[in-house]
Write a protein that binds this ligand. Structure first.
Ligand code: MG
Length: 386
């Protein structure tokens, strides 16, 4: 029996992970959960899964739930310190990190430091500190198991050959809600939140609409699989059935196909390298008829190119790119910034930034902060014109 912690358990990935875990309750025990403000969701999960620990990262919500569950066996912890305490608990075997954004970095670090298996859905941690994280994981003998459909696909495709035989990684993306829309000037929050295939949280849904998500995934793939950025390509594939591909030097391309449902990559990560049977999600290719692919429009979606640029700049540049994006997306969701201005903010911040080479964790955290301060200044100037 493995004891599992889920960080971000009330979010979309967290809830799917709990569904998978409950299907295999003979193998996994839910040991800890964490949430930010979704108290009702967390309370229901505590009642159903009876974890030993639950962490709440927002103060008011923390006091509220502590009062509500007093007398029960679950121990409620607070904030980043609480997450660190929970993931490093000696009883924990596996941590599923489904946090959204830069807040996932420290818990990722702590999980690896304490030598636990890590199933990682928090791509921002790898974007910010991929070099440090992968190096530390190697030192500790930990394999990072990706919970991102594209990276799960690539991990599976890579089993077909040796690393030196890989010619290219091809990441696919649905293209988001604005694939066919010509002008992105007057895009509303509501329009950007209606993703054609995946039902996800707000931040990643906006990232999918700007193609930033695909760019972040290029950086994620670069660190996870140790492949140069010029060997990582993006293809738009609206049906979202081919989740990614690997092309080998002999001209063979291996693809992974499945129904677009995050429970499949979650299950693959949890049991890797085993495959477990499930009985609901199977492809009906005859019904699908067409699988189409096209090159991404990098002019219309500048965020993708900005991610390649950040990788090229190296050091702390991807951390700054990430925090500028988080601030810009947040401002857009609050209607303080236009959709079309999201890449402008990131570009301005990145262009005026001098990255620190071979950064340590503190350099990364200060870069994150610097990116936030700079982008807030730019956002308030652009926002005046709204
Ligand atoms: Mg993905």
């Amino acid at each position: 029996m493995q004891n599992v912690v889920i960080l971000g358990s009330t979010g979309s990935i967290g809830r799917s992970a709990l569904e998978v875990l409950s299907r295999f309750s003979d193998r996994f025990r839910v040991f800890g959960l964490s949430a930010n403000t979704n108290i009702k969701g967390l309370r229901d999960q505590i009642t159903k899964f009876r974890p030993k620990f639950a962490v709440v990262t927002e103060k008011k919500s923390y006091y509220k739930i502590k009062k509500e569950v007093s007398g029960s066996r679950v121990k409620i912890l607070f904030g980043m310190e609480g997450m660190k305490e929970m993931v490093s608990n000696p009883e924990v075997d596996l941590v599923i990190n489904a946090l959204v954004g830069a807040v996932g970095l420290i818990p990722t670090w702590e999980t690896i430091e304490s030598g636990k298996r890590l199933a990682l859905a928090n791509k921002e941690a790898l974007v910010m500190a991929g070099e440090l994280i992968t190096k530390k994981a190697k030192e500790r003998g930990i394999e990072i198991l990706p919970i991102d459909s594209e990276h799960s696909a690539i991990k599976q495709c890579l089993l077909s050959g040796k690393k030196k035989e890989v010619k290219r990684l091809i990441l696919t993306g649905s293209g988001g809600p604005f694939l066919k829309r010509k002008n992105l000037q007057n895009v509303t929050v509501e329009q950007s939140l209606s993703h054609p295939v995946w039902k996800m949280g707000k931040k990643i849904t906006v990232d999918s609409a700007t193609l930033m998500n695909k760019g972040l995934e290029v950086i994620e793939a670069h660190w996870l699989f140790d492949v140069l950025e010029e060997k990582i390509e993006v293809l738009i594939h609206p049906q979202s059935v081919v989740h990614s591909m690997v092309e080998f030097v002999d001209g063979s391309t291996i693809a992974q196909l499945s129904v677009p449902d995050m429970k499949l990559p979650i299950q693959y990560a949890l049991f890797y390298p085993e495959r477990m049977a499930q009985d609901t999600q199977f492809l009906n290719l005859a019904k699908l008829k067409n699988l189409t692919f096209l090159k991404p429009d990098c002019k219309k979606f500048p965020c993708l190119g900005l991610c390649y640029l950040a990788l090229e700049l190296g050091g702390t540049a991807p951390a700054v790119l990430n925090s500028a994006n988080e601030e810009a997306v947040n401002a857009f969701l609050q209607e303080k910034l236009k959709f079309a201005d999201i890449p402008k903010v990131i570009k301005k911040v990145l262009n005026s930034y001098n990255p620190v080479k071979n950064p340590n964790l503190n350099d990364i955290l200060s870069a994150d902060e610097e990116g936030r301060v700079k982008s807030k200044e730019i956002i308030s100037k652009l926002g005046e014109k709204l």
